[in-house]
Design a protein around this ligand. Structure first.
Ligand code: ATP
Ligand code: MG
Length: 141
């Protein structure tokens, strides 16, 4: 897959700490195109849908409580190999292990509250973006 799309969610701590611009700027500088961008108070229902693959894991409740009922930023990004490019820019799941130069490596330290979520495969992108965006919001410009 060459040009593709990915889904990203800036977690509440990213908004609370004033890093919306910093993170979006990194995506823009890389050359990714912002197809959609919205600010939303994340319902518990949508949080549970987004993280349904993690239901039953020991960190699940904590993960849901970190994001549910709080303001997040949701976006669809487009570019060449966007899914793996964005995962590289985001860095390892645990910010304490994430390389310097990555978003988590530079701006986060907590594991559950690791600043940002990014889809990890075309299947995840398909499933996740539909939770937040309707078909008519996917047109390009
Ligand atoms: P994301 O899906 O948010 O982009 P990821 O793909 O790097 O992150 P996943 O394994 O999908 O990591 O975990 C989803 C989220 O669950 C992580 O972003 C993190 O907030 C939390 N998480 C994952 N593993 C742990 C853990 N061992 N302890 C606490 N929280 C965790
Ligand atoms: Mg994941």
């Amino acid at each position: 897959m060459e040009v593709e799309r990915t889904f990203v969610m800036l977690k509440p701590s990213c908004i609370q700490r004033g890093f919306i611009g910093e993170v979006i700027s990194r995506f823009e500088k890389k050359g990714l195109k912002i197809i959609q961008l919205k600010v939303e108070k994340l319902s518990r229902e949508k949080a549970e849908k987004l993280y349904e693959v993690h239901r039953g894991k020991p960190f699940y409740e904590n993960l849901i409580n970190t994001v549910a009922g709080k303001t997040v930023v949701l976006m669809i990004l487009e570019g060449r190999k966007a899914i793996s490019v964005v995962r590289k820019l985001v860095g390892a799941t645990d910010p304490a292990e994430a390389e310097a130069g990555t978003i988590r490596g530079d701006l986060a330290i907590e594991l559950t509250d690791n600043l940002i979520h990014a889809a990890d495969s075309p299947e995840s992108y398909q499933r996740e973006h539909r939770i937040f965006f309707s078909e008519d919001e996917l047109e390009t410009y």
